[in-house]
Ligand binder design. Structure first.
Ligand code: NAD
Length: 268
């Protein structure tokens, strides 16, 4: 039985993770950590997540529960995650990292822990998105240089502040890389007015922002006579939580090293 700690257990992902860990027989929820000074310290994390009493109380600081878990799942903030990596290195623990927004310098620091901590890090933990990236690589290799136009369309809720989404860009990069193009040169991020006909090698992006859409991505390969569309639709944050929980189970038996969701899913 692998013992799991959840960092930021009061957060949106933290609460979803309580439910996701509870659904897996091989994992046991051993600890949940909230921010220092939180009014939720000492509260049962099951009740916090709307899952009923679990008998595990919210603690302050990962150090205070260091002997109680094997793998910590961390969806918090870059600086917090880096401090936890140092703690895990010191105490021989494992980590699943879903936190995003690392600066280039912080990413270098994070990467240095590949020598001392077994950890999985992925900006999108959804198993479906990671499988989709693999499918796109295959499709692009087969079709990308055979006269098929490639267009990427993404839709998100009205509160999202960046465009195109990081996942759409990741999809574009996978496709471009598979056929020897690069997004700097071939990415087309806006079309308006008399912009002329499409060129053969461009990879177009289109963005929709509306309502409460959790996240939808379609990559289209279109030529005269047919069109192939590979689509992923996320309908709740549970998809990210399930991916993280799957990563935690997978990580339990691994050596020190940096892994991603492609490793977890056996796609490499
Ligand atoms: P959120 O703001 O709802 O939750 C973050 C939580 O972390 C908060 O409850 C906060 O109190 C807590 N926290 C911050 N510092 C802490 C500390 N020192 N100790 C304990 N808890 C601390 O945000 P969210 O929507 O849950 O997202 C969290 C992170 O996960 C973001 O970086 C987000 O981009 C990322 N995310 C990644 C994926 C993925 O698939 N990789 C999916 C969703 C969100």
């Amino acid at each position: 039985m692998t013992r799991i700690a959840i960092m930021g257990v009061a957060g949106r992902m933290g609460r979803t993770l309580v439910e996701a860990v509870g659904a897996v027989d091989e994992l046991t929820l051993a600890a949940g950590v909230v921010e220092a000074g939180s009014s939720l310290t000492g509260v049962d994390i099951g009740e916090l997540a709307g899952q009923g009493r679990l008998g595990v109380l919210a603690s302050e600081g990962l150090a205070t529960v260091i002997d109680e878990f094997d793998v910590v799942i961390d969806f918090t903030a870059p600086q917090v995650t880096l401090e936890n990596l140092a703690l895990c290195a010191e105490h021989g623990k494992r980590m699943v990292i879903g936190t995003t927004g690392f600066s280039p310098e912080q990413l270098v620091q994070l990467d240095s822990y590949r020598e001392s901590v077994p950890f999985v890090f992925a900006a999108n933990m959804s198993s479906g998105v990671n499988l989709t990236l693999k499918l796109l690589e295959t499709a692009a290799r087969a079709l990308g240089d055979a006269g098929y136009d490639i267009e990427i369309i993404e839709a998100h809720h009205r509160h999202k502040v960046d465009a195109p989404s990081g996942t759409a860009l990741a999809m574009g990069e996978v496709v471009a890389h598979a056929i020897g193009r690069d997004l700097e040169t071939h990415g087309v991020f806006a079309r308006e007015g008399q912009c002329g006909p499409r060129t053969d090698k461009e990879i177009g992006f289109a963005t929709v922002r509306a309502g409460d859409i959790v996240g939808e991505h379609t990559v289209m390969f279109a030529t005269e006579g047919e069109r192939i569309e590979i689509t992923h639709k996320a309908s709740s944050r549970m998809t990210f939580a399930k991916g993280a929980v799957r990563a935690a189970g997978w990580l339990a038996g691994r050596e020190v090293g940096r892994y991603d969701m492609q490793d977890v899913l056996g796609l490499k």
